[in-house]
Design a protein around this ligand. Structure first.
Ligand code: SF4
Length: 143
């Protein structure tokens, strides 16, 4: 990891959570991240960043197969933690046509579910929530 990256990541404490950079309709934005939000952001992107379209989703991919995020897409209410994590792994398997090596080597770091694609959370692109969004975006532009 780049030394400057490590220095930035070490700034502040991590007690108030993490932020990462995701794609959005304007390019990129900084978002606080956890699995529940990651699915919500993924669905948001899937429907072209039109929030109202998430509720209308029929839960099917274009090839007719069922989307594993369907029951988690609203992001509210109690969720089964294990099923939610399994849904993320399923989505990555769908994306990479079942190739586990491709999933672990995925380079789509701005995909909202990227940190959760493997068995262990990938914190490579996590930043302490104590950093401002501008600091994080500026760092991204410099690297
Ligand atoms: S993290 Fe990578 S493998 Fe998983 S859905 Fe996103 S792009 Fe596909």
């Amino acid at each position: 990891m780049h030394a400057k990256h490590q220095a930035l990541k070490g700034k502040g404490n991590n007690l108030d959570g993490y932020k990462t950079i995701i794609r959005d309709r304007y390019g990129f934005s900084v978002a606080r991240m956890n699995r529940r939000k990651a699915i919500r952001y993924f669905c948001y992107e899937c429907v072209g960043w039109e929030t109202c379209e998430i509720e209308k989703c029929n839960g099917k991919h274009l090839d007719g197969s069922l989307c594993s995020f369907y029951s988690f897409r609203i992001g509210r209410g109690k969720q089964n933690v294990k099923k939610r994590d399994a849904a993320i792994k399923n989505q990555c398997r769908y994306c990479m046509r079942g190739n586990f090596i491709s999933i672990s080597r995925c380079t789509s770091r701005y995909c909202p579910i990227y940190p959760y694609r493997n068995h262990r959370t990938d914190r490579t692109y996590f930043y302490p929530a104590s950093l401002s969004d501008d600091e994080i975006l500026k760092f991204m532009l410099q690297n």
